[in-house]
Design a protein around this ligand. Structure first.
Ligand code: GLC
Length: 727
């Protein structure tokens, strides 16, 4: 797992970094440009492009939302699609699903597949990976982000970045930084300790910049320590550029620029999508002397570096064939089939046995498509295999499938109208009766429920973790008539399982899992594939158990004089209104499982948890410090009959530390395939840099000497092997 550590600014990096291969040529180009031409590169040309220099034959930069599929072609100056057909793309499993694979190699393939589809559409930079730490279980973009742990998120972001950029497509790490909530995201001010900011929230970005050499970073909407991210000198200049050696471009989030001089001096390169601040106003600021020409030239250099590192797709070559192609669809399947998490399997109800002849498939999410919905990135998918379709294909000729919708999402109140809930309640009774009838007649029930893309969405956080649309009553009623119940949660974030868990014999998390999600789910449920996904976040028993809620620091209200207005993503005027709200990250470094393990709070299902159909066991642990790394090795045995994959995890504790520490922290992991009845030797190499902690007195990283206890196992709470080592 050793990352290819690109040391910053060292000679070999300069020689190999694609962003630094044209420095003298760029100097000449800049000398030949007018101020207008330079500034013209520093703001949106269209909704999703920034200008090149036509006179010099320098192509525009074309951006495309990801991060889990290339967004349809949009009108140049609006949020409306053009309604083409060639831009139908592959819907890849969303962020938390990719993270549930716990595999940097899979993330590499994911980034590569995204790059291939982006280039078919003539795009230069994918607006992804979306990689902010999942600080709250109700975060609107938890489904889109990766995980609650910086090392897991960082390794996946490295894989995604290298996969894309090795295939001639830039990435744009987002959102930099500390965008960990959607409520009031346009103006919330994050108060966080320096140590938590460095160790938890910035580390994934640092890893993707230093080890992935990301070409782009997107400034977040929010403020950190009182300064807008898009003009935050500490984040953008001092940390990102000077300390980490970032050489690419920093673009604003859409509508997230708030000043001319502040943004220009504060490190922003490109205002997207408009030119309110970095257009004529910037030209005027240069002419008045408020912004030195050197600052403009440095920005133009960053843009030309990225432009010259990515081969432009000629306009007459783009959109010549449908974006979604079989090779990439196969990647979507691979990711989906390795993301699915088996949480419970009482009486080994799964995989579906040959004796099962009639299956009732119940639930709105058995047929609901998840590629689009809510606010923000959606994919106009070429196709999306639903769970029902996947099961019908896999069980054709083997079992009869009866489908009952069972429930439907309640109608959403449109602006100014009350939703007609009476009608919905009446219909719900009928649907529930039909579902119970179907369950009664079946040998087995597969309930497919969970959230959907309206419930989990950019722009607003959930107000609770409840399973929506009265699913719990339905699940309990079904279990009463047929206890041979498999419950599949289609969701991107934690949901409350207190009533579901005891009612169901088998329980699976199957994510917003892409175009091939239905095939992947069916292959896991039928046993063609052994489940190997692991939770990328803690699944709490109760929302109040999670740190920000337990400490009462989330949700917060907007301060007097402002309103926690729902930001209107189209006109974005609300972004400019002087709103105020503070988010106090009082839990410090105890985010996610760090809180639950250290405070001894038992979760419903822990970070890193996931069962397999095959019995794995761990033995023979060793650990040593060797060549600047911590080498951890052990044996992994699959005592079952069939090949299966396991994600082995390594956590490190520092019992004698002189500073506050979590009980232990994830420092390494490896997805390993082991043939049935065999034992595999596994070595996980952890760069010593990953054992660092932030010293708030020195304002620097330290690697503390002393004893380290290494825990090895299959989840953050099931760590059968222990070995001590001296750091
Ligand atoms: C949105 C999102 C960002 C996205 C951008 C362009 O507001 O925050 O992730 O890339 O606008 O759609």
């Amino acid at each position: 797992m050793a990352g290819l550590l690109l040391m910053n600014c060292s000679m070999n990096a300069q020689q190999t970094n694609p962003l630094l291969q044209h420095e003298s040529e760029i100097t000449g180009i800049i000398k030949s440009m007018t101020l207008e031409e330079k500034v013209n590169m520093l703001h949106g040309k269209n909704m999703f492009s920034s200008a090149g220099v036509e006179r010099l034959g320098i192509a525009d930069i074309e951006y495309a939302d990801g991060p889990f599929g290339i967004r349809e072609e949009m009108e140049p100056h609006s949020w409306k699609g053009l309604g083409w057909e060639t831009d139908r793309a592959t819907f890849f499993p969303t962020g938390s699903a990719l993270a549930a694979t716990w595999s940097r190699d899979i993330a590499y393939q994911y980034g590569k597949a995204m790059a291939i589809e982006a280039r078919l559409r003539g795009k230069d930079m994918i607006l992804g990976p979306a990689m902010n730490i999942q600080r709250i279980p109700t975060g609107g973009r938890t489904y889109e982000y990766l995980s609650e742990d910086p090392i897991l998120s960082g390794q996946l972001a490295i894989g995604y970045t290298l996969g894309a950029q090795d295939n001639d497509e830039a990435v744009c790490l987002k959102h930099f930084a500390l965008n960990n909530q959607e409520n009031m995201r346009g103006f919330v001010n994050v108060n966080v300790t320096e140590r938590a900011m460095r160790e938890i929230y910035l580390t994934p970005f640092e890893m993707a910049v230093k080890q992935g050499n990301a070409y782009g970073v997107m400034a977040a909407y929010n403020k950190v320590w009182g300064r807008w991210c898009s003009e935050n000198d500490l984040l953008q200049n001092r940390i990102l550029r000077i300390e980490w050696g970032f050489r690419g471009i920093i673009i604003s989030d859409w509508g997230g620029t708030h000043s001319t001089v502040g943004a220009a001096i504060g490190g922003l390169d490109v205002e997207m999508p408009g030119n309110t601040y970095m257009g004529q106003a910037l030209i005027d600021s240069v002419r008045s002397g408020a912004v030195p020409m050197e600052v403009i030239d440095a920005k133009v250099r960053n843009l030309l570096r990225v432009r010259m590192a990515i081969t432009p797709v000629p306009k007459d070559k783009a959109n010549k064939e449908v974006t979604s192609q079989p090779a990439q669809q196969q990647i979507a399947y691979q990711v989906a089939s390795k993301s699915i998490v088996l949480l419970k399997n009482a009486d080994n109800l799964l995989p579906i046995g040959k004796k099962v002849k009639t299956i009732a498939v119940i639930g709105d999410n058995a047929t609901r498509k998840m590629a689009q919905g809510g606010v923000g990135a959606g994919v106009k998918a070429l196709y999306e295999i639903t769970p029902l379709e996947g099961l019908q294909t896999a069980l054709k000729g083997k079992a009869k499938i009866i489908y009952a919708q069972g429930y439907e999402p309640q109608p959403r109140a449109r602006r100014g109208q009350n939703a007609n809930l009476d009608e919905w309640k009446k219909k719900a009774e009928t649907m529930k009766a039909e579902a119970i009838e179907a369950a009664r007649k079946a040998d087995m029930v597969i309930f497919v429920g969970g959230d959907n893309r309206e419930v989990e969405t950019e722009g607003s956080d959930r107000t609770n973790m409840n399973l929506p649309f009265n699913q719990e009553e339905l699940i309990e009623a079904i279990a009463t008539v047929n206890p041979r119940l498999v419950t599949v949660m289609v969701a991107g974030a934690p949901v409350d399982l207190r009533r579901v868990n005891p009612a169901t014999k088998a329980l699976v998390y199957s994510w917003f899992n892409g175009s091939e999600g239905g095939h992947a789910l069916a292959d896991v449920l039928t046993g063609k594939v052994s489940p190997s996904g692991k939770l990328p976040f803690t699944l709490p028993v109760r929302l109040e158990d999670s740190p920000a809620y337990a400490l009462g620091v989330f949700p917060q209200k907007a301060q007097a004089g402002s309103s926690d207005v729902f930001v209107d993503l189209v006109n974005r005027d609300n972004f400019r209104a002087e709103q105020k709200a503070d988010a106090d990250y009082s839990e410090g470094i105890l985010v996610g499982y760090r809180w639950f393990t250290t405070k001894n709070v038992k979760p419903m299902y822990p970070f890193g948890y996931g069962l397999s159909y095959m019995p794995f066991s761990y033995s023979d642990p060793k650990a040593e410090v060797k060549g600047g790394n911590l080498e951890v090795s052990f044996k992994l045995t699959n005592a079952g009959k069939k090949e299966a994959e396991e994600v082995a995890q390594v956590y490190v504790a520092r019992p004698d530390s002189k500073v506050e520490r979590p009980k232990y922290e994830l420092k390494g992991f490896e997805r390993v395939s082991v043939k049935g009845g065999t034992t595999q030797d596994v070595t996980i190499t952890i760069p010593m840099e990953q054992l660092r902690h932030w010293n708030e007195f020195q304002h620097a990283w330290n690697i503390e000497k002393g004893k380290a206890i290494i825990y090895i196992g299959t989840s953050s709470v099931d760590l059968p092997l222990t070995v001590e080592v001296e750091i």
